[in-house]
Design a protein around this ligand. Structure first.
Ligand SMILES: [Zn+2]
Length: 415
């Protein structure tokens, strides 16, 4: 997430071109609002934009700063990057150079004029250590994914401290950049304070707010920001990233990309799922067998086992259903003669071809509709094991009559 430049943003060509244009022009709005689905690179783009704004070879140099190009640039500390050649006179830079001192500092969030606000949870006394811990993890892992409890929010005390700091001049650069991650997780009074700062004439701060839930931001904030819209990532891009950067093997990368809905963060979370995704898929698909052979007792037992998998039982359940949906879509594709490379579950191609010959398209669509209903039921208040049990029974075409249900399941049937 850190140290990426605008040219390297994954699958956001329009956004990248727009932001580079802004950097080249050297005129910045007081606030930008990056919005779009979760996990598509908004925060990464915000850091890249910030870096470009702070770069000493771009428009980031503070007025009256010593001319850094007068002497040869010092070699990069890591020794990995060669120092970039000084910009030709008059040439407009549209991205971070990646080599100057400012770029090096901002790549690790250590630039004094780059501030980062993000949701945290926990008691007030633990906030500082929570923030430090998260930042350390973010620096250490290039594939870091932010995960926080529902109640996590951008804390008032931290915002207050930051706003006080904004009263002073930037330390090193021409401006200060504040990145606010998930800006929809603030309180009303924080928005008022933020608005005051955004509207301050001659302010030397550029705000970059990111959100996956733009409707939750007050209209006053939305209207004061320059909006930048992010789209879901194309599935092949997610797949390629998982293989090249997350070192996943092809079958798993293909499946996670298909399950990601264009969100790299979701794919990366699934990568870390326990049991591993491919294993979970095989278990999920095997669940259907007792349903198909008309063995409700075994189906009930295994459904319960699945629901207990983790504290996030519903999340696991949703995955199980999605595996079945992907599987059925593969059957449909196979029926229409799709080539091997179009199948998500290519590793089980022979089985897909065999099954697809015995089920017609209407039946596959019926099963998909049942699974959609189960997904909706899981979002509601239905107990996950009951929803799974009933859903898979219906997928298998078994409408169990009264008396056929295992007693424990029948007792809890409430939808
Ligand atoms: Zn630079």
């Amino acid at each position: 997430m850190l140290g990426v430049s605008l040219s390297q943003l994954l699958g956001q060509d329009e956004v990248s071109a727009f932001l580079k244009g802004v950097v080249a022009g050297g005129r910045f709005a007081n606030a930008y609002l990056f919005h779009g689905p979760a996990g598509v690179g908004k925060c990464t783009a915000a850091f890249a934009f910030a870096r470009a704004m702070l770069c000493e070879r771009g428009s980031g140099a503070a007025p009256g700063a010593p001319d850094l190009f007068a002497t040869a640039s010092p070699p990069a500390k890591s020794g990995k990057r060669a120092p970039a050649p000084p910009a030709a006179a008059g040439a407009e830079r549209d991205d971070a150079c990646g080599a100057c001192a400012a770029c090096q500092k901002s790549a690790t969030l250590l630039h004094p004029d780059l501030r980062f606000l993000f949701p945290v949870s926990g008691e007030e006394k633990d906030l500082e250590s929570n923030v430090i811990e998260t930042l350390e993890a973010l620096r250490a892992d290039p594939l870091f994914v932010f995960k926080y409890p529902k109640a996590a929010s951008i804390r008032l005390s931290i915002t207050r401290e930051l706003l006080r700091e904004l009263g002073y001049k930037p330390f090193e650069a021409a401006r200060r950049v504040v990145v606010v991650r998930d800006a929809d997780r603030m309180r009303e009074d924080q928005y008022s304070a933020l608005l005051k700062s955004i509207e301050e004439p001659g302010a030397s701060t550029v705000w970059i707010l990111t959100t996956a839930r733009i409707a939750r931001l007050p209209a006053t904030i939305r209207s004061r920001c320059q909006r930048v819209r992010f789209a879901p990532l194309a599935e092949p891009l997610v797949r390629e990233f998982l293989m090249k950067r997350a070192e996943l093997r092809e079958p798993e990368a293909r499946m996670l990309a298909a399950l990601s809905s264009g969100s790299l963060a979701r794919a990366l979370v699934l990568r870390d799922a326990k049991p591993p995704a491919l294993e979970l898929r095989d278990q999920a698909l095997a669940l259907l067998e007792p349903a198909l052979r008309g063995d409700p007792a075994t189906l009930w037992k295994t459904s319960q086992g699945f629901a207990r998998f983790s504290s996030g039982g519903r999340e696991t359940l949703r995955l199980v259903i999605e595996f079945h949906e992907l599987w059925l879509r593969d059957l449909l594709r196979a029926r229409y003669g799709a080539p091997r490379e179009d199948l998500v579950h290519r590793d089980r191609e022979a089985e897909i071809r065999r099954l697809s010959a015995s089920v017609d398209a209407t039946e596959i669509r019926r099963r998909l509709l049942v699974l959609e209903e189960v997904l909706r039921a899981i979002e509601g208040n239905v107990a996950p094991d009951v929803a799974l049990f009933s859903g898979l029974s219906r997928v298998a075409g078994a409408r169990l009559g009264e008396g056929e249900w295992p007693r424990a399941a029948a007792a809890r049937w409430d939808y």
